[in-house]
Design a protein around this ligand. Sequence first.
Ligand code: ATP
Ligand code: MG
Length: 300
Amino acid sequence: TKNDQPRLRIAIQKSGRLSTESQNLLKAMGLKINMREQRLIAHCENMPVDLLRVRDDDIPGLIMDGVADLGFIGENELEEKELERQRLGEPAEYKLLKRMTFGGCRLSIAATEEFDYQGPHSLEGLRIATSYPELLKRYLDEQGVNFKSVMLNGSVEVAPRAGIADAICDLVSTGATLEANGLKEVQDIFHSKAVLIQAKAALSAEKQALVDRLMVRAQGVMQAKESKYIMLHAPKSQLDAVIALLPGAENPTVLPLASTEDTVAVHLVSTEKLFWETMEELKQLGASSILVLPIEKMLG
Ligand code: ATP
Ligand code: MG
């Protein structure tokens, strides 16, 4: 599995729940991508990067076989493929670069509304329909529960009604789909987010340097998203109390105001969300002109 392509290849889901946010992150990292519909490969105009736009199911394998250098993939899909390949004795290695904040969901076992669930042992001997037989087996083996898995790649939630399974194991985010099919979630077995992974084999020095540079940018984009720039006026006498209320404000800038001696301006980057409750407390301390601004990029 040698990869001597000069351009860095990043695999992303072509269309689906992960594609918009993966593309948005790459754009925010400064990659100019020419996304023509229906193209497998999209070339980046300003960096030696190509995007491979594929079904998400294919992404773990592309990385594990060294065909793509980087990939965005849900942990559910990644670990399922890893377990399957380990069982088959196929290459299953990768490097985890970063866990994303998007793509959150859980893999759960669901049964019909009238099912009396008392714990994993209630599933003993059942037929369970799923697209994730490896993750399901890992969980139920740990619990010492025997079951029969019914592999389905789609429409898993109709299996109980169709009489081909007694329960299902599927991805859930709100539970609305389950409810619409007369099912209830009885046991979550795996919590997933999207991750950015890299192929195990070493890259050329130039390509690795590019990956490192891109990762610093990714970090900057993600950090900026979670941070806010806060500006306010505060009475000098309450300065410590005001700063203590603001999460992550290690190094605030304190500036004099032209019009008054008793009040100063405070500028700072807060690493957390600022809730209305905190704003109200700031006001009670005498703070005024409180502005909370989004940050686009951060470095260093
Ligand atoms: P593809 O055509 O690429 O195979 P897909 O139908 O398999 O797409 P999507 O439904 O787009 O996949 O989901 C992709 C990933 O998004 C999932 O594997 C999971 O990691 C994540 N995800 C986040 N929320 C949910 C959800 N509510 N239901 C399913 N997947 C979710
Ligand atoms: Mg898929």
